[in-house]
Design a protein around this ligand. Sequence first.
Ligand SMILES: [Fe+2]
Length: 280
Amino acid sequence: MLTRRQFIIGSTALIAGAAGTGGYAWFIEPHWLEVVGVPMLVRNLPGELEGATLAHLTDIHVGENVSDAYVLDTFATVAAANPDIVVVTGDLTAYHPDVIEQAKRIYSELPHGRLATLAVLGNHDYGVGWSDVDHAAKLTAALDSLGIRVLSNEVVSVAGLQVAGMDDLWARRFDAQATLAGLDPAAAMLALSHNPDSADLEGWDGFEGWILSGHTHGGQVRPPFMAPPRLPVQNRRYTSGEFELSGNRQMYIGRGVGHLALQTRFLVRPEVTLFELGSA
Ligand SMILES: [Fe+2]
């Protein structure tokens, strides 16, 4: 039987614990960026890219919920790595009526890769209902004007590495088959696709290599020792990190830089990934 004193001490400890956890999830972890280094072995990699650094950012969600100062600090961290290639795999923004002006201001500070600075859009970049094509076109034009090349189902060559940028699945614009139609099977290749579920769809024939993705935020909040309960994907394997896929494909899902809705992360720190390219 608890005494009144034991009850008060126990209750106070519980409340303090909950408040401490909440404070951590609100004030600390959402801005506690982890820079993750990952080797990326690529078949037929051009010699010029041996040892090159590719910085992967995803789900930055510039908007009303993510601190501009935190995003700019993140960009400074990326700049310090002197990346050869910078890629952003979607959800660059979280929609509000003035988000394009805000995006212009913030993305003017995105460090550029020595060789290329590329992006694909995510569902949040398509505005309300993930379907505002005019909004996405304006955002694309704004980013392009800053030297950030937005790929919409198209392939560019970066020093001989073919980079295939897929448009977004939930915006109903994803088309692997059309994107990959002109791919040279004998040359190195890499794909950018916001939503990892897109890797399970048809159309990837002829593509062998890495797919860089995001969208899940790693679940954003995860109870200790458990899988994240909220994942916006059909394939529940796709949390975050590296996955071996069929057809000699590998996927890497970044945990994201920003967050959605509430400024909360718990046991899923935000991430920037620095890939070091090498020959497979
Ligand atoms: Fe996102």
